[in-house]
Design a protein around this ligand. Structure first.
Ligand code: BG6
Length: 486
């Protein structure tokens, strides 16, 4: 990795930067992972002296690490940090920024721009950076732009944003984020599948009955009501995070583990998912909203009361069924579901194997669950004989492969992705064709739900999946797993 790049952080005073990015960069510095001469050029919309910025960083770190961090690292970290005010109403703001960044005594030519700003500002900022020549690579240096999610709010707006930024940037300079790809447990899906020869022979429609991809949270929408009501669970979680999990679980083996080959394998998979049949919509997509209930003993408000709008039909629970149109997966339902305010929080992929044992007909099922969070583990359920005289009494035994053990390095998803950005590794970022394929799948569902103003099914906060969601199952033997253990 080039050790002297500059990370230019737009939105440095925003929530993501305060909670994740700046403390994350500090953590990387503390564990010796940050490139030696890397600088952090933070851009905000308010004027602020260097001293005031240092005090803000200190405040962020105090909150994150409860005051418990190394002073020498702090001194080193502060030396890397520069604050720059980009006044919103100053027509010369980007010119002034360029003058600073072009100062060769302070900064090298390697610049990576992280746009942690309102989505409506992405194209505008890229245009202005380009106008000042800040996106032009010279003498082997790099210029990269990282775009926070969401990349568009539907297919059309994603294509429009792409058209606008590709005037100035090549695909290999654009880093579209989906922070789930930075989670080590997601990378583990590829290792599980391709570093263990026992799985490949059974990873297909001959042996697998169905797959469930789950993300549940106990949290509600909090203070993001305006954003959330315009977004909904499907767009917020399924459009990228869950579809990426699906792609990693079901894609063909990449030609190699190079970023290009991994992304090609995902693109092929995402493009081979069948669109939801509109003439059988209700058996493929289900939505619901949480009503008031209890989470960890505390009474919480329902979604509509939080929103103070009883007419909203925005879903806080979404479940869809997809089919992949290729030889490996044809006919196998893949269920994706996500919810706020469910009985427990957890992200996991559950694989149910077919019950087709010709000799022991009443043998139970085999499940394999790859858990992403909170626990990083792979859980298997196998049938074993109950010890004793009866030859054919069995029960389920659990095998647990903990993917994280005490002492393992803990690098947050955003930390990983910032390092990838500086190193020029795009494998954990989305290619434009992935983004397009994802929007193509979810757009018709969102449009149908937006038009339908009948009140969605209500589920009590703290409960598990609403029973009505079963409508999307292919047959009566299928059911939602409520946790990684069953
Ligand atoms: C974000 C969504 O992309 O992911 C949030 O906007 C959601 O609504 C979050 O809570 C979940 O991320 P994680 O890493 O906590 O699972």
């Amino acid at each position: 990795m080039i050790d002297n790049g500059t990370l230019v952080l737009f939105g440095a005073k925003g929530n993501l930067a305060r909670v994740k990015l700046i403390p994350g960069l500090f953590h990387l510095d503390d564990c010796g992972q940050l490139p030696r001469k890397m600088k952090i050029f933070s851009v905000g919309r308010q004027e602020m002296s260097h001293e005031a910025w240092v005090a803000e960083i200190k405040d962020m770190l105090d909150k994150k690490f409860k005051g418990n961090y190394d002073q020498a690292t702090f001194e080193r970290f502060i030396k890397r940090n520069i604050y720059h005010c980009n006044l919103p109403d100053d027509p010369d703001a980007f010119k002034k920024m360029a003058v600073k960044l072009n100062n060769e005594e302070e900064f090298t030519d390697n610049l990576a721009f992280f746009l942690s700003v309102r989505p409506s500002d992405f194209a505008l900022i890229v245009d202005q950076l380009a106008d000042e020549g800040l996106l032009t690579e010279k003498n082997g240096s790099f210029r990269r732009v990282l775009i926070e999610k969401p990349f568009g709010t539907n297919y059309e707006s994603a294509v429009e944003l792409q058209k606008s930024i590709e005037k100035h940037l090549r695909e290999d300079q654009i880093y579209r984020i989906d922070h789930y790809l930075g989670k080590s447990a997601l990378q583990n899906i590829l290792i599980t599948r391709f570093a263990n020869s026992i799985f490949e022979p059974v990873w297909n429609n001959q042996f697998i009955d169905h797959i469930q991809i789950t993300n549940h949270e106990t949290l509600g929408v909090g203070d993001r009501t305006t954003f959330y009501d315009a977004t909904g669970a499907l767009r917020d979680m399924i459009q990228s995070h869950l579809l990426q999990m699906l792609a990693l679980t079901t894609m063909e083996a990449p030609k190699s583990f190079s970023p290009g080959d991994i992304r090609d394998a995902k693109i092929n998979l995402l493009e081979s998912i069948q669109p939801i049949p509109m003439n059988d919509f209700d058996h493929h997509a289900f939505r619901a909203q949480y009503s008031s209930g209890k989470i960890e003993g505390e009474t919480v408000k329902g979604y509509l009361d939080e929103l103070e709008d009883q007419n909203s039909v925005t879903e806080t629970y979404a479940a869809i069924k997809l089919f992949i149109n290729n030889q490996r997966w044809r006919g196998i339902p893949i269920y994706l579901r996500t919810a706020k305010r469910l009985h427990e929080g957890g992200t996991y992929i559950s694989i149910k194997f077919k019950d087709n044992n010709p000799i022991l007909e009443n043998a139970g099922s085999n499940w394999m669950v790859m858990s992403i969070q909170p626990k990083e583990t792979t859980h298997f359920e196998i049938q074993t004989k109950i010890p004793g005289l009866n030859d054919f009494d069995f029960r389920v035994s659990n095998l647990e492969a903990n993917n994280r053990v005490a002492g393992d390095e803990s690098i947050d998803a955003y930390e990983t992705l910032m390092l990838d950005l500086m190193a020029g590794n795009q494998s954990r970022f989305l290619h434009i064709n992935e983004v397009k394929a994802q929007w193509k799948l979810v757009d018709p569902i969102i449009e149908t739900w937006m038009k339908d103003k009948t009140q969605p099914v209500q589920y009590i906060a703290g409960s598990s999946d609403p029973v009505e969601s079963k409508i999307i199952f292919e047959n009566e033997s299928q059911f939602w797993r409520k946790s990684i253990h069953g």
